[in-house]
Design a protein. Structure first.
Length: 95
């Protein structure tokens, strides 16, 4: 079983951000991250974990609402735009 838990190394000890469930004793491998990266275990602006999740959730909803362009033709905001574009294309063909 592999389990990842975030934590902080201070004064020669690793402090875990949360207690891993079902683990009493285990062999571990500790990886030290680049100190220039912000750590989630210690929020810079005092945000709680729940507040950070809500911010990420709101960003995800905003991206979904904006939509994703997957290539191809233009993106139509509504049915009427699509209909007008199709009419113009067919009118050009008919000459």
């Amino acid at each position: 079983m592999l389990l990842t838990v975030e934590g902080t190394f201070r004064n020669g000890k690793v402090e875990l951000a949360e207690q891993p469930k079902g683990v009493e004793e285990a062999r571990v491998i500790v990886t030290f991250l680049d100190p220039s990266q912000q750590r989630a275990a210690e929020p810079a602006n005092g945000e709680t974990e729940e507040q950070k999740r809500e911010v990420m959730r709101q960003r995800a909803f905003a991206r979904m609402q904006k939509g994703y362009h997957l290539g191809g033709g233009p993106y139509y905001k509504n049915r009427e735009e699509l209909y007008e574009d199709r009419l113009q294309r067919y009118d050009k063909r008919d000459g």
